[in-house]
Write a protein that binds this ligand. Structure first.
Ligand code: 4AD
Ligand code: MG
Length: 458
């Protein structure tokens, strides 16, 4: 169907006074005695295009005014009479591609985000989601651009896997047969299953990413990870998109530098490429958003030792629900206090107690902590989990044994420490979490097309 994207009409002034054809959905319409007006949107731009209908030219105009119907419009592109620098189309012919009856749920101008979650198949037609998914797309582009410019190789790690990287028992099982009492043991059940052993959906591509980095030097993955966490929070989904770089010859300080540089690159990219969307989010979701983003780009992130963080939390004049004790993990309330109240900027909390972190993290000389860091940001909390990896075979084996892991399942991973082991580090960025931070949208369900959460899949 030959037509022009609305975004091109809005940007290309050479098209003024020519005949053009556009397609789109009716977002709003107005009727009067001799004239009618339609705001048409085709998804290429947050801004709508006004269609002006002269009733002497177009008969039966009421057919074209129904919200949600899809139209093909031909006419002359002219400068807008009301909006300076804008354009509109004086229609010469209109064709209804798909009519839309009044039970179309998006009749009101603004619906709540909760309501929109009940119609995920339709909500992309509303401004908020139009803006969110365009920004999401640009952010994905920025991530690829950042890593490609810096010589990282994009690798695709498997989704079906037999090793649970984070070891927290949050892996979905992938199976073709149901468990039955006829199997004498769990082992026998898995032996009869598709892979002959227990398999599941990957919680992280890190372990395979490390293998790739041991030949390619610098790699990144960008794909879905799955967590069977029973946490019904605004920050958790069962299927999220995960960006995981892995860097050979990098220690914790080096990877922190890369993480900060990458975040700034992504934000700068959105500021340059999505100004209309940021204006929209500033107006409807977070006052001060644009200033916040500009500050993030222009100032250094805070680096704070976990032990110091605990001291600051103990001194805080706040009643926390969860106790603050050296050795305990930071809860959301603690993370928010640190990043929102104390520093009001992104904070890397470093050197966590080894007992609360994963087996693969490099053990510090103090014997108590690991060379790991989480990046916390105001409003969202943790967006990155990061660490230097334990490159010493004996130390790694000891850590795995102390966590009661089955060593056989990790023999490939352990080989990396046998054959030319090098210091190396990496991190995982939750893609939806950084979208929340950049847009000011406070629920993760609203920044992914079809959110999967406990008890919710469609
Ligand atoms: O902190 P996590 O669990 O770290 C890892 O998976 C490491 N293997 C990463 C690495 O070093 N390569 O997860 C990394 C990030 C979190 O900081 C968070 O942003 C996001 O992934 N994340 C989730 N996002 C949405 N929903 C969930 N259920 C998430 N779980 C983790
Ligand atoms: Mg984490």
């Amino acid at each position: 169907m030959k037509h022009i994207d609305v975004i091109d009409l809005l940007k290309d002034s050479s098209l003024v006074n020519t005949t053009v054809t556009v397609c789109g959905w009716v977002r709003t319409s107005r009727d009067s005695k001799n004239m009618a007006f339609i705001e048409l949107n085709d998804g290429t731009s947050l801004k709508h295009l006004q269609i002006v209908i002269d009733k002497n030219v177009i008969q039966d105009s009421s057919n074209y005014l129904k919200l949600g119907s899809s139209l093909k419009v031909t006419g002359t592109l002219v400068p807008s009479l009301v909006q300076q620098g804008g354009v509109e189309i004086n229609a010469s012919s209109i064709e209804v591609l798909g009519a839309c009856p009044t039970e179309y749920p998006l009749q009101k101008k603004r619906h709540t985000l909760e309501f929109m979650r009940t119609i995920p198949h339709l909500r992309v037609r509303a401004n908020t989601f139009n803006a969110v998914f365009r920004v999401r797309s640009k952010m994905a582009t920025a991530i690829h651009e950042y890593f490609q410019k810096n010589h990282f190789v994009y690798v695709h790690t498997p989704i079906l896997t037999s090793s649970d990287c984070e070891g927290a028992g949050e892996m979905f099982t992938a199976t073709t047969i149901g468990y039955s009492k006829d199997y004498k043991s769990e082992e026998e059940y898995y032996q009869n299953d598709f892979f002959g052993r227990r398999a599941g959906l990957s919680v992280s591509g890190q372990l395979e990413g490390e293998m790739a980095a041991m030949g390619l030097g610098k790699i990144y993955t960008f794909g879905p990870s799955f967590r069977a966490e029973n946490s019904n929070t605004p920050r958790h989904v069962a299927e999220f998109w995960h960006v995981e770089p892995e860097v050979a010859f990098a220690e914790l300080d080096d990877i922190i530098e890369i993480a900060e540089d990458m975040i700034k690159y992504i934000i700068k990219y959105v500021m340059e490429n999505c100004p209309d969307e940021l204006d929209f989010f500033e107006k409807h979701f977070e006052k001060g958003l644009k200033e916040k983003l500009a500050n993030v780009v222009s100032s250094d992130f805070k680096v704070l030792d976990y032990t110091e963080a605990i001291e600051l939390l103990k001194k805080a004049d706040v009643e926390f629900e969860y106790p603050v004790e050296w050795g305990a993990d930071l809860q959301t309330e603690h993370e928010r206090y640190i990043t929102e109240k104390l520093f009001n900027k992104p904070v890397f909390v470093t050197n966590y107690p080894k007992d609360i972190k994963s087996f693969y993290m490099k053990q510090n000389p103090d014997g108590k902590t690991v060379a790991a860091t989480d990046l916390l940001v105001p409003g969202v909390g943790e967006i990155i989990g990061c660490s230097e990896r334990e490159a010493d075979l004996d130390k790694l084996l000891a850590a795995m044994k102390s966590k009661n892991m089955t060593l056989d399942e990790y023999s490939d991973y352990l080989d990396l420490r046998r054959f030319g082991s090098v210091p190396h580090s990496g991190f995982g960025l939750g893609f939806e979490r950084i979208i929340m931070y950049v847009t000011g949208i406070s629920n993760i369900r609203d920044v992914i097309l079809f959110p999967r959460t406990v008890g919710n899949i469609r």
